[in-house]
Design a protein around this ligand. Sequence first.
Ligand code: COA
Length: 175
Amino acid sequence: MNIMSELPAEEIRIIEFGEEDAKEISELFRQVWPLATEYPEHWRKKRMYTPEQIIEDMRSGNHYFGSRLQGSIVGLYKAIITEKGLYGEHQTVRPECRTSGLASAMYLQFAEYGIKHGCQRNYCNILVGQEVGERLMKKFGFVPWGAPFEQTEEMMVQMYERPLVKQFDATPKDL
Ligand SMILES: CC(C)(COP(=O)(O)OP(=O)(O)OC[C@H]1O[C@@H](n2cnc3c(N)ncnc32)[C@H](O)[C@@H]1OP(=O)(O)O)[C@@H](O)C(=O)NCCC(=O)NCCS
């Protein structure tokens, strides 16, 4: 049974983590990524950041966002503002907490954060053929951006974008 309650994605609270959370984040990466067998092994190993790598990453402008349940981190992703927009990656949800809308809640917050910081778009790479990733892209109105490419050896991804500025221009009062 899923341990998350049936909360709508809009009601799951997404917060920003800090350097003090690096150890716990690293533990979650180490739990989830060995099991993500759709990805090549070398990539899965690379995704298991150490606490030191996470801290260094935060100091280089990466923001770590996610959620806690009963005090423990159950899911997160990282995002960075670039000249193209707000780039997100490394989305990771604890196996017991999947299909409850946690990733979806992060996508809502991804857009909100991008809008708040004047970013033109949200963008990310999705493994070609990954059902859950492609489903999330459709659900949140992302469109393919460019042609699929080999992000790393033997790993084809498709970049997707979701323009943020235009669609919200009409209702700035709602932001
Ligand atoms: C990808 C991942 C973050 C999704 O997290 P999640 O919290 O389960 O996602 P959600 O609950 O928001 O589900 C999103 C949608 O996909 C569906 N879904 C979830 N897991 C799925 C799966 N394995 N296959 C197909 N559909 C799936 C959900 O039912 C939901 O559909 P709906 O919105 O139409 O109801 C999680 O599976 C994970 O951590 N995977 C391992 C790491 C990984 O692959 N990360 C992706 C990096 S880009």
